[in-house]
Design a protein around this ligand. Structure first.
Ligand code: PBG
Length: 328
């Protein structure tokens, strides 16, 4: 009996050869850090269900954005928590609203060194916690909501957002926002569409951080059914036709098939959102001593890259960036 001629292990024998033949990389420039800023806070406030994540004051947010810039993280996405909520979510487009203030302060601090992405939605700002305005019988009114999203996106662009990211899954939201931005003279502001966003149970900790759990019902009337794979392609193609510059799949880990499909069908830059529940599960297991959070973070993020994502929104952004810089 001869020796096996094919020996894949030759290329696994050491770190150097493994690095040469690695098909996928995870680098600091693949990361986007989600950040929360809350109006009226005097100190940053920890979010118990997201260990290591805080609700920022404007000042602590700016410090965090500067630290991420120094580490080479290319982008952040901002979520605001207002003091007052109302049925229309007026804080979302108020010129002095919490995210608009945070955008201006961050812009002043880092200029274009970090891409400032604003999540464009209403759920943090409405008293009922839904992502849109309601009809008299308590349903989310698609077209009335589009007018609100358009106003929110323009307010965010006015305040210095380089990218707006509509996350409410209303039909026609990308086109409504593109038209409004163009009419307001913001033709250079890009749109990152949450194109395939599923109605996921993994958003629980985010709703603690953003204080936006729906007061009644759920989001299954607008977010996608986790059963559906082909529908994601239709959503992405529709958003691209409406003028999206980049598209996103969310959540990431349980939806790698969707990421791979979108990568295969579309050339547009593709983001994936490793959501709060994905992060919290790893942190909880690590706190129990059941697994190594850093190693699992790297592996899950590499898997999302391997599936085809160009960049990843992740609560691990800061720690992974520190590790990659050799400072973790
Ligand atoms: C809605 C929004 C949500 C997330 C991002 N944007 C929550 C939701 O749809 O209920 C979730 C992100 C996460 O879980 O990390 N504005």
């Amino acid at each position: 009996m001869g020796f096996p001629r094919a020996r894949p292990r030759r290329l696994r024998a050491g770190a150097t050869v493994r690095s040469l033949v690695a098909e996928t990389t995870l680098g600091v420039t693949d990361l986007v850090a989600p950040l929360f800023v809350k109006e009226g806070l005097s100190e940053p406030d920890a979010v118990p269900s997201l260990p290591g994540v805080v609700q920022h004051t404007t000042a602590s947010l700016v410090d965090e954005v500067k630290a991420l810039a120094a580490l080479g993280v290319p982008a952040v996405i901002l979520f605001g928590v207002p003091v007052r909520k109302d049925p229309l979510g007026r804080g979302a487009d108020a010129p002095d609203g919490v995210v608009q203030q945070a955008l201006r302060a961050s812009r002043d601090a880092v200029g274009d060194e970090v891409l400032l992405i604003a999540d464009t939605c209403l759920d943090e700002y409405t008293d009922h916690g839904h992502c849109g305005v309601l009809t008299a019988d308590g349903r989310v009114d698609n077209d009335a909501t589009l007018e609100r999203y358009a106003a929110v996106a323009v307010a965010q662009a006015d305040a210095g957002a380089a990218v707006v990211a509509p996350s409410g899954m209303m039909d026609g939201q990308v086109q409504a926002i593109r038209d409004a931005l163009d009419a307001a003279g913001h033709r250079e502001v890009a749109i990152l569409a949450y194109a395939a966003k599923y109605a996921s149970a993994l958003y629980g900790p985010f709703r603690d951080a953003a204080e936006c759990a729906p007061a009644f019902g759920d989001r299954r009337g607008y977010q996608m059914d986790p059963a559906n794979r082909r529908e994601a392609r239709r959503e992405v193609l529709a958003d691209l036709a409406e003028g999206a510059d980049m598209v996103m799949v969310k959540p990431a880990g349980p939806y790698l098939d969707v990421i791979a499909d979108v990568r295969a069908c579309c050339d547009a830059p593709l983001g994936a959102y490793q959501v709060s529940g994905e992060y919290a599960m790893v942190q909880a297991a690590a706190a129990a001593g059941w697994l190594d959070a850093d190693a699992v973070a790297f592996e899950t993020l590499l898997g999302i890259r391997r599936a085809g994502a160009d960049f990843i929104l992740t609560y691990f952004a800061r720690t992974v960036a520190e590790r990659l810089a050799g400072r973790g």
